[in-house]
Design a protein around this ligand. Sequence first.
Ligand code: ADP
Ligand code: MG
Ligand code: MG
Length: 525
Amino acid sequence: DDLVGMDNLVANTAYLRAQQIDRTELRKQRLTMTLPKPRRCSAQQAAVGQKYESLCEQQPIGKKLFQQFLLASKPQYAAATMFLEELNKWSFAEDQTREKLQQHILTEFCQPASKCFISYLRGEAAEILHHLSNKNFDEEQMDKIREATKDFLKGKPFLEYLQSSFFYRFLQWKEFEKQKITDKYFYEFRTLGRGGFGEVCAVQVKHTGQMYACKKLNKRRLKKKGGERLALLEKQILEKINSLFIINLAYAYDNQTHLCLVMDLMNGGDLKFHIYNLGKRGIRMDRVIYYTAQITTGILHLHSMNIVYRDMKPENVLLDGKGQCRLSDLGLAVELPMGKTICQKVSAGTTGYMAPEILRQDIYEMVAARLPFKDFREKVQNDEVTRRTLEDKCKFEHKDFDAPTKDLINRFLKKKVENRLGCKGEDPRKQAFFQSINLHRLEAGLVEPPWVPKSNVVYAKDTNEFKDVSEEVDIQLNHKDENFFQEFSTGAVSIQWQKEMIESGVFDELNSHQMNGQSCEPRWK
Ligand code: ADP
Ligand code: MG
Ligand code: MG
């Protein structure tokens, strides 16, 4: 009725408005924030337990501070980091700008007379540099020089960094990162979906304005249904992944009643919604190709970590505000023990999407708005769908199927695993179907989405459709449960949290507050 519609409107307005926050107002509120002092034990932990790759490349704040150190200390160190930066730009540039960047690199870094000449190279890399032509270089030459530059930085510069005030600053950020996370850390907005153990709602970090989705798992319901182990597994897999094509986890915490997973907010809706609920059924071909390339890249990333996804279907592919997609719901994913291969028999998933260990029927469904072995709204037993999946040939009656699409789907739907595309280690993205996509740029998130969600539309069902009707679970929680909840509630996830600090401007602000205040000399040397 009208009141219900009103509730939904109010919830949507608050949710949309939160996404257009006033950054200056937030900055004012942050003026009094300062970084904590690192405790000695945690400082040693960070210094001893970790390697160059983690400290100076993978962790975004670590990377920034190491760069700042290099720029501020010696000309050769500064040249090395600037060179890597330019090389990176060159590597991902489109053809027109690529040539210009190459010329720039040659004149700025590769001539003995230039100010930033990279004179630290030795041996083979120095030879290559010496023989570079004035006009161009290739990927292979630059790979060697890039590696040699990293080897250089890993040596003396890295050791000097560990003794510097920049590393002390890093330890302060690590201390901040360890803060306890509670409900008070977030504002909460409307429900976006409902899962097996509770709702998923939009939240916003109070001091940064960053929006996330929070998946809540009801503790009692979890215990009653024996879902604890799976919930922990989902959390542990999520926190390992850092990919543009898979939902990333930013925080894991708990309150009195729920375990909470705080993840990338995907406010563009899921693909099922886009296939069936927006007027014309099906999705335009350029979008199908784009999403399929992103999904395949995500799957390949998981496989490279020995993780099998097992729940591929359109409702698990979510779009963000820019129109890029990610795989969500890793509740069925498993990590294979070393030695097992990806294509051994696994049984999980949803009927109609059988054997979903690699991408297959999604492309079909996006184009035809039906399943390959089950028509839209067809009433048919699961057994029959299973039989068709195992025995029938796939038919392509929809007019939008062209030759490369049919070919790709047929390869993905091969009945025998050993004949199926992607099962012998070959890259499915090399197929003709994907030829319009620059994969190198796609992997870096640099290919423009063919379709962008409208910023004033909420791509989710009305809030009243998510009303929780299940009754209270009559079950007691004990000491053992509490231990488990603590194992789950590890707080901020390093890489995602550090990204949030940088993107929201908090990183730059707190560093400059500190500079104006007390000095930040390291206290142990
Ligand atoms: P479950 O594992 O219990 O099925 P899901 O992870 O699939 O739970 O989440 C339930 C629903 O919540 C999804 O179908 C989707 O509509 C919504 N949802 C989940 N994750 C997000 C997200 N990151 N952003 C926006 N909506 C989400
Ligand atoms: Mg789900
Ligand atoms: Mg799940």
